[in-house]
Design a protein around this ligand. Structure first.
Ligand code: IPM
Ligand code: SF4
Length: 469
């Protein structure tokens, strides 16, 4: 039998029909929805008089537009956003689709909520009208974002016309340096392969450094792989992944559980399977990283100076770096260490899980944020928020001067009440630092939760390793 990659196995087990050389009709186990990319799809279904084929395989979460202010109940003030939320509720009610609504205690960012409820399992194909659906590769599920017209197709048929991607393997051996996390690893990979480096590919991560990562750290890594242009990210499920899923899916019992475990054991790349592209990295090279520009690959290790665009042999890269430096108000050769920040944002589907908040709490312990800094922590979900309260993390962060908010996408993309003002420089645990992403004219520096926490305390970007703790 021909040796197959994990990706190929997932495609083959979900192929309803081969449509041509490149395309398959792909069965989708789970379709996640948000308020932002689903309304037109439901409207399209209605116009055709079509229904939802498999309501139980669709789940919706209000994520992007929700206010995170601690007031209860949460009320969406912006009329257009309120309409999106009420439309989603109406559509889910009508079609019998599970919804984590605005005031649901378990609401949050869709990519944080779904795995918490055991909805993501190894070997699944999971799709969503959102690019960060790649997150689920952490559990050996093929997740990827789709467009609104595809959302309609999936609702009606639970399938998708899918162009099969190329295979890339990124192998990372070794141990992360002190102070570094999966965020620093993925930022280093982005620096090395660029924001286009995995375009058209599904990336499988392998190696001892990947095996050593916790499941939450793997979520971070797979989440940001889309920033390299990847069409998916995968990590073969190991015992850690299986334990995580079983802990979150108490319904999986008896013979079904045994069948599932047997199927999951087959989810690995066969010896001798061919990848179209392979990269090798050493985790030891992933010192804490911070972005200096307006693309996640415009990033350096905190100890390195900002590169000089004039030395970039690629004219397009040079131009975009020059423009980015103009926007972020920085100079080639400058060090990011010591750069004053006015805002700190800890949140997003990249870094707002309990382990992230524990790291923040560890850095902050007994200290206070610097005068003049505004720092917000937005947990990824109601479950994360509750857990952090039970562990005393919330109280500790509040005492340190952080705002402790309700869950949602919040300032990851200013599509709600949480918007930065022009010129504000923000240390952020999010995944995108595009121009205006956190507010018009606001400047985003992507980094790990620990580095963002350290920036909050110092009032400037610092190397976490210089903090005595
Ligand atoms: C709003 C949504 C479509 C978008 C995405 O696809 O990723 C958002 O979540 C983002 O992070 O930019
Ligand atoms: S937290 Fe940010 S990246 Fe994640 S889904 Fe929301 S807006 Fe997109």
């Amino acid at each position: 039998m021909q040796a197959k990659t994990l990706y190929r196995k997932l495609i083959d087990t979900h192929c309803v029909r081969q449509l041509d050389d490149q395309h398959v009709l792909l069965f989708c186990d789970l379709h996640l929805m948000n308020e932002y990319t689903s309304p037109q799809a439901f409207a399209g279904l209605d116009a055709r008089g079509a229904g939802v084929l498999a309501p139980g395989q669709n789940v919706a979460v209000v994520s992007h537009i929700i206010p995170t202010h601690p007031a209860s109940p949460r009320v969406i003030q912006d009329p257009a956003s309120a309409l999106q939320a009420s439309n989603l509720k109406r559509n889910c009610d009508r079609h019998d689709i599970l919804l984590f609504d605005t005031n649901d205690a378990m609401q949050g960012i869709e990519h944080v909520v779904a795995p918490e409820h055991g909805l993501i399992r190894p070997g699944m194909v999971v799709i969503c009208g959102d690019s960060h659906t790649t997150t689920y590769g952490a559990l050996g599920a093929l997740g990827f974002g789709i467009g609104t017209t595809e959302v309609e197709h999936v609702l009606a048929t639970q399938t998708l016309v899918y162009r099969v991607a190329d295979n890339m393997r990124i192998h990372v051996d070794g141990t992360l340096p002190r102070g570094s996390t999966a965020k620093d690893l993925v930022l280093m990979i982005l620096r090395r392969i660029s924001a286009q480096g995995a375009r058209g590919h599904v990336v499988e991560y392998t190696g001892s450094a990947i095996e050593a990562l916790s499941i939450e750290a793997r979520f971070t890594l797979c989440n940001m792989t889309v920033e390299a242009g990847a069409r998916g990210a995968l990590i073969a499920p190991d015992d850690k992944a299986v334990d995580y899923v079983l802990a979150h899916a108490p319904d999986l019992q008896g013979p079904v559980r045994e069948q599932a475990l047997a199927a999951w054991r087959e989810l690995y790349t066969d010896e001798g399977a061919i990848f179209d592209v392979e990269h090798y990295f050493h985790a030891a090279d992933a010192a804490p990283h911070v972005t200096w520009g307006t693309s996640p690959d415009q990033v350096v290790a905190i100890t390195d100076p900002i590169p000089d665009p004039s030395l970039n042999p690629d004219p397009v890269g040079r131009k975009s770096a020059e423009r980015a430096l103009g926007y972020t108000g920085l100079r080639p050769g400058q060090s990011l260490t010591g750069l004053p920040i006015q805002h700190v944002f800890i949140g997003s589907c990249t870094n707002a899980r309990i382990e992230d908040l524990r790291e923040v709490a560890n850095v902050v312990r007994g200290q206070h944020i610097a005068p003049g800094v505004r720092a917000m922590v937005v947990p990824g979900s109601g479950a994360v928020r509750d857990q952090a309260e039970r562990e005393g993390i919330a109280a500790q962060l509040r005492d340190a001067g952080f705002e402790w908010r309700k869950p949602g996408c919040s300032m990851c993309l200013a599509m709600n009440d949480d918007v930065l003002e022009e010129g504000v420089r923000c240390a952020s645990t999010t995944n995108r630092n595009f121009e205006g992403r956190q507010g018009r004219g606001a400047i985003t520096h992507l980094m790990s939760p620990a580095m963002a926490a350290a920036a909050a305390i110092a009032g400037r970007i610092i190397d976490i390793r210089t903090l005595e703790n």
